[in-house]
Design a protein around this ligand. Sequence first.
Ligand code: WTA
Length: 688
Amino acid sequence: MTDKKQTRAASGAGMSGAGAKADPPVHAASISGEAIEILMHEKRRFEPPPGFSRDAHIRSLEEYQQLYDRSMTDPEGFWAEMAEQNLHWFRHWDKVLEYDFDRPQVAWFIGAQINVCYNCLDRHLTGEGRHKAAIVWESDSGEYRTFTYGQLALEVNRFANVLRKHGAGRGDRVSIYLPMIPELAIAMLACARIGAIHSVVFGGFSAGSLADRIRDCGACMLVTCDGGMRGGKVVPMKAHADEALRSCPTVEKVIVAERLGGRATAMEEGRDSWWRDEMEADDVDDYCRPQELDAEDPLFILYTSGSTGAPKGVLHTSGGYLLYAHLTFKWIFDYKPGDLHFCTADVGWITGHTYVVYGPLSNGATLLMFEGVPAYPGPDRLWRIVDKHQVSIFYTAPTVIRSLMREGAHWVEKHPLKSLRLLGSVGEPINPEAWMWYFENVGHGRLPIVDTYWQTETGGIIITPLPGAMTMKPGSASRPFPGVAPQVVRRDGSPAPPGEGGYLVVDKPWPGMLRGTYGDPEHKRVKEVYFEKFPGKYFTGDGAAVDAEGDYWLLGRIDDVVNVSGHRLGTAEIESALVSQESVAEAAVVGFPHEVKGSGVYAFVVLRQGYDGSDDMRRVLAAHVASEISPIARPDKIEFVSGLPKTRSGKIMRRILRKVAAGETQDLGDTSTLADPEVLDEIVAERL
Ligand code: WTA
């Protein structure tokens, strides 16, 4: 990796600091100069293999353009047609779309009734579909189990009855804290069946993070397990759950799946029961009638980090979300009935919700769910899985690609990977080096790669190549999906010309977009975070540029969100974890370019009197953050300083800290508003 390109590898690292006067949370006024130059320098082009295009859902750029134009000139007609062709509805809609981005308010398929679980299971149970594999599950240690659609439906129906028996129903919140085991998908689908709103919390989160998320949504039930297995190690999930539940009075029932077995875990009388006992109870039927729900009834809440404050519970509803998940899965992964789809994301994140569970199952596809980690027992684990189960579509994150790239191509070369026909990438900008490595070593130069751009809030992929239709440019996420109207704008909201970096916004609603955040019925928070910066438009928080041909190049986050190994974290959350430790007086956290993780976490810490800035103290603080939030939030670097650079009004000048962390100390930008310029010399001198 050259230095320049390494900069590009890290999300947010390419931002120009020219925007010293921008208001928080956005800290770049114009995104231009070096980052764009490096990107536009990338001239490699790859056409889709002709055989691929011939059989693809969307076969050419012309075909895409026609669909896209139709979706723009007649969005309601376009989406109504898609909804009719692709999903089962109990009741037809009265109106396709109502929206007002100023309030903001969005509703799709008004008056329609649907059940997401019915669409994912019941409609595939007639004929041969019943005996087709739905989930192929591979455990951390390499065992595997398969659920046919018929078997999965049986489990889901019974579990839906278990939920009902314990009083959960339409609109109730059920928190799910599970590792990547089939029970996770079963619990989600069971919620969807009865209209309960699931809130899946990533299994790697700490007890404190779990408690925050349970309390915020007021869940009545928690589904968890005795423990998880990751990379040969036990994760004590029930112990975390017990600790969390001490401060979660709304949870009355806890159902505990047995992953480790042996029933060694302590259970609380009257509150906890074992999954298997619940499922085998005599009064639990094999069939549970799917609830007919409004298209706009919430399907799930998923917490995600923003620039400020605690994580927000992004709310997705039933009809629009499922239609968007369904259609993006089908067209972008060019799904065919014989495929085996392997998305390596954890279901605890949006990628797992949409492209492990809802997209594939609503299409009647077979998905592979993997419990373990890419490097265990060796760095060829993913390729072993591909060959063993004959995976045809493989979808992963740039951080995974970069970490495997570092282990050397010989780990891939050992495996023929002949079953693969399409590769995908998601979670952060993919640098051209990683793209090329993936293309050559995994795809053998013959497979299309879809670099898919999207967010928790967008519900599904919004900018992406369609693999049979578009020329691939390493590092570019190509074009908007039909129905999506992105724009790159300048700070004043006017369109940025081709080649000029700016803010990525979306001008129109699409069915998969968020409907709000939990606990914000007036949409005040949603308005402030997403719709106020550029009135009448949805602001993504990302920087981007469009080239002369209309392809999008993503530049990473331009707010105070960092993408660590594709995991989204707010710097404010990490700061608040740090200051909750007794030795810390003040802390400021920024992201910095990291060769493998994309962004690393750099913390500037002011200690209280009487504490020493030693390596031991660094270890204590790093461990504290890991236990307060999650090991993924652990700072990579902790610099002890005697003060933070602030403006005279007391605001921390993160723009400067970001430059220091990135090593760009020669050009710190405008420092004239600093209250105490001397702290800066110390910060630069002590840089790690
Ligand atoms: C980043 C993950 C560039 C982006 C699906 C976005 C990407 C954030 C890409 C959302 C991509 C995701 N190219 N950047 N292909 N995919 N991102 O909510 O910064 O966990 O805002 O959703 O990931 O992260 P989230």
